[in-house]
Write a protein that binds this ligand. Structure first.
Ligand code: 13P
Ligand code: SF4
Length: 300
């Protein structure tokens, strides 16, 4: 009897599909994907995809971004209710209000937002390029939405800008405390601490390296250390163990993103078979969100 994995390989070929998966997805989902990466890497891969169908394993804002970047392609999201909670912390209306209060400011928005919020931004960014994006803006005042932790990290790296921060956050990274890291440090005193910029400032302050999920992999590959305390979602362990084998990676036990874990082999196979979980966006929103996302990719 054909396994689910065999079904996915066959259906993928029949549909001329490419499967993209975020670094936080379940290990078995990462293993059947054609490309695994961070938000920026996956957006770039989606924008260059030559397959007719993109199956996006991750959360809905990522699949929406792929649709905005490739409007002519069918973008399938196996779990259409896998919505990042941070994306609901900033609406298009709220951005319009903020622009009204800060007339000279530009809006830089994290990709962890809805398509309608993106349509109100000047440029998007990911945790990988947020510093470069903010630095590149000609305006001195920058409204940064929605992640306050990422925003305050960027503010510390780009002091020449006046940053107007939002009050959004990622519940997973926000739940990682300084004490959690101190406890892991006590157990593994020789370990190097690497942290995602969505973490609280007090966690970032004690980290040896701060970076997006993909930058964490680059850092580990270039490091002499064999032990790492990793302040991000636990799904990263699979990718780190593949790319940096022979090392030990220690995570905060509760750092788990339930929406990232919704996508299963079953839901990928089902989506490829039925082809009914397509991302459909309002055409006007799609057109207006395209510019901010494209500018982000051009800047990298
Ligand atoms: P990156 O993969 O861009 O580091 O983002 C992490 C994240 O939380 C995505 O939702
Ligand atoms: Fe959203 Fe945080 Fe999950 Fe990323 S890890 S999808 S930011 S809730």
């Amino acid at each position: 009897m054909a396994s689910l994995k065999d079904d996915i390989v066959r259906l993928k070929r029949e549909r001329n599909a490419v499967i993209l998966a975020h670094n936080y997805c379940l290990p078995e989902v990462q293993d059947i994907a054609d490309h695994v990466g961070d938000s920026l890497g996956l957006s770039i891969t989606a924008s260059k995809a030559d397959a007719g169908v993109i199956v996006f394993c991750g959360v809905t804002f990522m699949a929406e971004s792929a649709k905005i970047l490739c409007p002519g392609k069918k973008v399938i999201v196996p779990e259409p209710y896998a919505a990042c909670p941070m994306a609901s912390m900033c609406s298009a209306e709220q951005i319009k209000d903020a622009k009204g209060c800060h007339g000279d400011a530009c809006v830089v928005g994290y990709v962890n937002t809805t398509a309608s919020a993106k349509a109100e931004m000047d440029i998007c960014c990911t945790s990988s390029n947020a510093v470069n994006v903010v630095r590149s803006m000609k305006e001195k005042e920058v409204i940064f939405v929605p992640d306050a932790n990422l925003g305050s990290y960027v503010a510390s790296e780009v002091p020449e800008k006046d940053m107007v921060l939002w009050n959004g956050y990622c519940p997973v990274h926000q739940s990682i405390t300084e004490q959690n890291i101190a406890d892991l440090k006590e157990e593994h005193p020789g370990a190097v601490v690497i942290a995602h910029p969505e973490c609280r400032p007090e966690v970032l302050n004690i980290a040896d390296h701060v970076g997006s999920t993909e930058k964490m992999i680059d850092f580990v590959k270039g490091s002499e250390s064999k032990e790492f305390i990793v302040a991000t979602e636990k799904g990263m362990k699979h990718r780190l163990e593949k790319e940096g084998p022979g090392n030990n990676y220690y995570f905060v036990d509760h750092a788990l993103c339930s929406v990232m874990k919704m996508t299963s082999l079953q839901s990928v196979a089902r989506a490829l078979k039925e082809m009914d979980r397509e991302v459909i966006l309002d055409n006007d929103i799609l057109e207006r969100a395209k510019g901010p996302l494209r500018k982000m990719i051009e800047l990298k």
